[in-house]
Design a protein around this ligand. Structure first.
Ligand code: PLP
Length: 376
């Protein structure tokens, strides 16, 4: 038995994506900056991809900058706000991914910014009145709030935050690494200045993503070198990756509603199965509220079973995680911010359209089997 329920860490590549990418390894291998036909052909595909992505997000093609993934996109947005727009006052949350949090904390240590955190309650609900107070009482701010948290799945109301930022003339960055390809993003309607996305979270390849930077918002080069990406991001473009990213996003948008309904069904099935079979289980953050959490993530806490649940599940062929894959082994800053009782086991289940109801039943049965001898 092999069951993969760690899709918040990474998703399997879709077959159609693989097929779209292959010719760009084998035949169309040119460098997009080359002036000859091999290069021109790749450059044309690159610009087509940019147009397709911009079209899906209601953005302009020149607002899409291809990157090596979410981390680089987040770092570039932060650098642009701090160096490019010369903003010193930064507002964020305790729940951001380390790509954001560590970057901001580093700048704070260097004395380049002051960092304020938006207050939250025990379920991770952000206090937007507090955000408004912070915006009111400080000079021009940079606000960085993720769309959905990768560990507990809480969805933040980025439309409301964007409106508040607009009111106080703040620059707004959102990390949509966990929601791109899973929710509709309309960048014409919602005034986001920077947005980060990563292909491997929606059945695209690893090592490729993009930064959206709204026209008129400063953009500072993180990687310096050649003049690629309109001199905004140096380095030969990863054409096969960009083609894969584009195909994955097209596929995601084509079937967004049906995939969402299907995956939400799997998540509900797991919630019910666990509630019926696993005593004392609790759900972290808001992940059991269908409307307020990512439909791909379910984070649960269990009383200490005196056994390493993740290892037991792994032995049975079931891949889940304790939290974020990037901080494996370290205590989770997200769970600490929620004051989840230490000593409790936390399991993050994360789903994709490739999971099945049968797999969910097997996971419930396996977990029940592991816990029973302990409870007895
Ligand atoms: N932001 C969030 C919310 C993530 O979950 C991740 C990856 O897990 C990242 C950023 C980093 O993205 P990448 O792996 O593409 O660098």
């Amino acid at each position: 038995m092999k069951i993969y329920l760690d899709n918040a860490a990474t998703t399997p590549l879709a077959k159609e994506v693989f097929e779209a990418m292959t010719p760009f390894f084998l035949q169309h291998f040119g460098n997009a900056s080359s002036q000859h036909a091999f290069g021109r052909e790749v450059k044309a595909t690159l610009e087509q991809c940019r147009q397709t992505i911009a079209g899906l997000l209601h953005a302009h093609p020149d607002e899409i900058i291809f990157t090596s993934g979410g981390t680089e996109a987040d770092n570039t947005a932060i650098l642009s706000a701090v160096e490019g727009a010369r903003i010193k006052n930064v507002i964020t949350t305790r729940f951001e991914h380390h790509a954001v949090l560590h970057t901001l904390q580093h700048l704070q240590k260097e004395g380049k910014i002051t960092l304020n955190y938006i207050e939250h309650d025990q379920r991770g609900n952000l206090n937007l009145q507090h955000l408004e107070q912070l915006l009111e009482t400080s000079e021009k701010s940079f606000v960085s709030v993720m769309h959905a948290n990768n560990e507990i799945g809480n969805l933040n109301d980025i439309e409301k935050i964007a409106t508040l930022c607009e009111r106080y003339k703040a620059i707004f960055h959102t990390d949509t690494v966990q929601t791109m390809g899973h929710y509709v993003h309309n960048l014409q309607r919602v005034k986001i200045h920077y947005l980060a996305a990563s292909a491997h979270k929606f059945h695209g390849p690893k090592g490729v993503g993009f930064l959206y930077c709204r026209r008129g918002t400063p953009l500072t080069q993180l990687l310096k070198g050649g003049g690629q990406e309109a001199r905004l991001r140096a380095g030969t473009e990863n054409i096969a990756g960009i083609v894969g990213l584009t195909k994955a996003l097209e596929l995601a948008y084509e079937h967004l509603d049906s995939h969402q309904a299907y995956i939400q069904g799997l998540k509900s099935q797991l919630i019910n199965g666990l509630l019926n079979h696993v005593p004392h289980i609790t759900f972290n953050g808001r992940c059991s509220d269908a409307d307020k959490s990512l439909y791909t993530v379910l984070s649960v806490s269990l009383p200490d079973a005196g056994t390493d649940l993740l290892r037991c599940l792994d032995h049975l062929g079931i891949a889940v995680s304790g939290g974020s894959a990037c901080s494996a082994g370290a205590a989770s800053h997200v769970l600490s911010a929620l004051k989840i009782t230490p000593g409790k086991h936390t399991i993050r289940f994360s789903f994709s359209r490739f999971n099945t109801p049968h797999e969910i039943d097997q996971v419930v049965a396996s977990l029940t089997g592991i816990l029973q001898p302990v409870a007895a």
